[in-house]
Ligand binder design. Structure first.
Ligand code: NAG
Ligand code: NAG
Ligand code: NAG
Length: 312
């Protein structure tokens, strides 16, 4: 475990009252790096046992009752299966993201510039061994593979943060240029969608306003509906597709860490849309579901025994 000292990675400055501000590298430095940043959009078509495409979308810090009461998220729930007993792993954010792709929190206990040793494997190693294309879409990331944090330079608001990009804490990803090149922004998402070059495995993180972190569940819910509604009827996107919408953790630290989660997509039979499933799942189920779908094996960590979320 090390703290990153890379040129493009800068520290977090705690303000005296409450909200953490994420400082970011200068506009000029980022523009220069963006000009030469490598971007990759490889595709594949490996048949899965339950689905052929998997999309994970994460929102932030919301108690389940708040989410379940939001009209936009109620609309989302009607399109799929609500997982009524789905639990986050821990607090705060970063270890949850880290766990969802690595089968363990790997001693990441805080939101910080942690670096997990390069011999620690992730879902990416399993996907690549199985020939399954993958990519991340992170709203407002200034360029593909950017390793720092980024604020909106017009308003000063937090925008893209490293801690909400699940793979950025892993040296096995950041030390590999071709892997970094698959961490892309939403401009690239819509370009890949248009060109039909989306990968089979995706992780999507909206910006710090749209994911609810610096706003409210109303904003996060409205973003989710706005983002998903056109995709749910888009035949380029819906190719035997399973979408998993969830929250990283509850806002309340002393409550049970049960988070609002919905499975969506054209693989969900119409008879199950708008229903609830009471089986107990957690963020490790994201890995086990994907591993089982493409017969990828597992990392032998918490992913190995986590219950599978979707059996067609
Ligand atoms: C998104 O990433 C691409 C590829 O690195 C970059 O050229 C583009 O400027 C970025 N878009 C935005 C809005 O930051
Ligand atoms: C987040 O994205 C929305 C568009 O989806 C944009 O209007 C907003 O300015 C972004 N937030 C920040 C802090 O940049
Ligand atoms: C809930 O999901 C599990 C895992 O996919 C499945 O085995 C079970 O049949 C589901 N229950 C209902 C009521 O759909």
């Amino acid at each position: 475990m090390r703290f990153s000292t890379g040129l493009l990675v800068v520290g977090i400055a705690m303000t005296a009252d409450a909200q953490t501000q994420y400082t970011s590298t200068g506009v000029a430095a980022v523009a220069a790096a963006a000009a030469t940043a490598k971007t990759l959009s490889p595709v594949s078509s490996i048949r899965g046992n339950q689905f052929d495409r998997f999309i994970n979308i994460w929102l932030e810090n919301t108690d389940i009752d708040m989410a379940a009461g939001d009209p936009s998220l109620q609309w989302v729930a009607k399109q799929g299966i609500t997982l009524n007993n789905y639990n986050a792993i821990t607090h705060p954010s970063q270890p949850n993201y880290v766990a969802s792709v690595g089968g363990d929190t790997h001693w990441v206990w805080e939101d910080w510039m942690f670096r997990i040793d390069s011999d620690v494997r992730t879902i990416v190693d399993l996907l690549e061994d199985g020939g399954v294309s993958w990519g991340l879409y992170q709203e407002d990331m200034p360029y593909s593979g950017f390793e720092g944090n980024w604020v909106n330079h017009k308003t000063g608001a937090n925008d893209y943060v490293r801690k909400h990009n699940p793979l950025m804490s892993y040296d096995s990803v950041t030390s590999n240029e071709d892997r970094l090149a698959k961490s892309k922004n939403f401009t690239m998402f819509y370009r890949d969608l248009e060109a039909d070059t989306l990968p089979q495995w995706m992780f999507i993180t909206p910006n710090m306003t749209n994911d609810g972190h610096d706003s409210s569940v109303t904003v996060a819910g409205a973003w989710t509906k706005r983002f998903l509604e056109p995709l749910l009827s888009n035949p380029t996107f819906m190719q035997n597709t399973l979408i998993m919408l969830t929250f990283d953790e509850t806002e309340c630290y002393i409550c049970r860490n049960r988070v609002f989660s919905v499975l969506l997509g054209d693989v969900i039979p119409s008879s199950l849309r708008g229903t609830m499933n009471d089986t107990s799942f957690n963020h490790y189920s994201i890995m086990s579901t994907v591993e089982h779908n493409w017969d990828l094996g597992n990392l032998g960590l918490n992913d190995e025994k986590a219950p599978i979320m979707f059996n067609k």
